[in-house]
Design a protein around this ligand. Structure first.
Ligand SMILES: Cc1cc2nc3c(=O)[nH]c(=O)nc-3n(C[C@H](O)[C@H](O)[C@H](O)COP(=O)(O)O)c2cc1C
Length: 309
């Protein structure tokens, strides 16, 4: 898009043509959206679905239910393993890079050893990856995931184990709690950037059957209903760290993305909105660009953290 405002940002070493990214697990791996718009020519980056060293089957169905202004999912990080992911998507993702869209590969694991193994495999098999996002915040798996990111010490342990394995940028995807304290620990352990938030654990009960509306008792809530919580957490984390942040949570408009940037996010990911409005990203980009122009700046970077209280 031609604009009077520079929209390029740098997310911890990942140079993005504009701040728009996609939230892991809500955008397939990009190719599923090609029928709606030219992904590689539009987005600053995409973040792929979480992938582990070996394939995972995920959780039983039902995995998803609708709530007012939100959805609740219990996918449980179903994935084909790094080799299967590279075989299926590698050529497409290399093509995105060639078009100037950065590709962030997400690393999943149940234990430190599994995060290490998955990162080693990505490092070897995924030359198309611009960087990696370590998911220590999935609320839908019994081992690993959010448990690994629950305390500053456990989060930093994962980061410290992964850090020596790659020279490419490493982002850590954080759970929606203690983001200042855990963010500081991750920065000290060598994270290049942080992304927040993952889904918020919730419950939805079918009162006729007295059972959960998904197959597990609790699941992750996402969508517009969590946006204000996510903005608050981005702001809290931005006060605590000096590495860049990617703001995630209920972004459905350019104004929502602008709020994230004012709260301190360098990049902004679109998540659940992709699922109910698959054409939303180009619209959000043009709304965000128009907002930046209306603020009288020549560079969107001037607006990062420009919230006045
Ligand atoms: C169906 C679904 C699958 C998801 N899968 C992942 C995943 O694999 N890894 C991850 O870190 N987050 C995953 N998430 C969380 C999103 O990336 C995002 O952090 C969260 O949905 C909040 O953003 P939103 O409100 O814009 O959706 C998933 C969310 C949904 C709805």
């Amino acid at each position: 898009m031609v604009s009077g405002v520079n929209m390029a940002v740098n997310l911890g070493g990942i140079a993005m043509r504009n701040p728009l990214n996609t939230a892991s697990g809500t955008f397939g791996n990009g190719v599923q959206f090609e029928g709606f718009y030219d992904v590689g020519a539009t987005l600053g980056a995409i973040t792929c679905k979480g992938v582990a060293a070996e394939p995972w089957v995920g959780n039983p169905a039902p995995r998803l239910t609708e709530l007012p202004g939100a959805i609740m999912n219990s996918v449980g990080l179903q994935n084909p393993g790094v080799q299967g992911f590279v075989d299926t998507y590698g050529a497409y993702l290399a093509g995105l890079r060639a078009k100037g869209c950065q590709v962030i590969c997400q690393v999943a694991g149940h234990s430190i050893e599994e995060y290490v193994r998955a990162t080693e495999l990505f490092e070897e098999l995924a030359p198309f990856a611009s960087g990696f996002e370590i998911n220590i915040s999935c609320p839908n798996i019994a081992k690993g995931g959010a448990a690994m990111g629950a305390t500053p010490a456990s989060a930093a342990e994962v980061m410290a184990a992964v850090r020596p394995l790659t020279t490419r940028p490493v982002i850590v995807k954080m759970a929606p709690h203690d983001v200042a304290e855990i963010g500081r620990a991750l920065e000290a352990a060598g994270a290049d950037a942080l992304s927040l938030i993952n889904t918020i654990p919730g419950m939805a009960i079918d009162v006729r059957t007295r059972r959960s509306r998904v197959a597990r008792p609790t699941a992750g809530v996402s969508g517009p209903a969590i946006h204000a919580i996510a903005v608050r957490m981005v702001w809290e984390c931005a006060q605590a760290v000096s590495i860049p942040l990617c703001g995630i949570g209920g972004v459905a408009s350019g104004m929502d993305a602008a709020e994230m940037i004012l709260a301190g996010a360098t990049a902004v990911s679109i998540g659940t909105a992709n699922l109910y409005d698959p054409t939303c990203a180009p619209r959000i980009l043009s709304e965000l660009t128009a907002w930046a122009e209306s603020q009288g700046v020549s560079d969107i970077n001037e607006l990062i953290g420009a919230f006045e209280c």
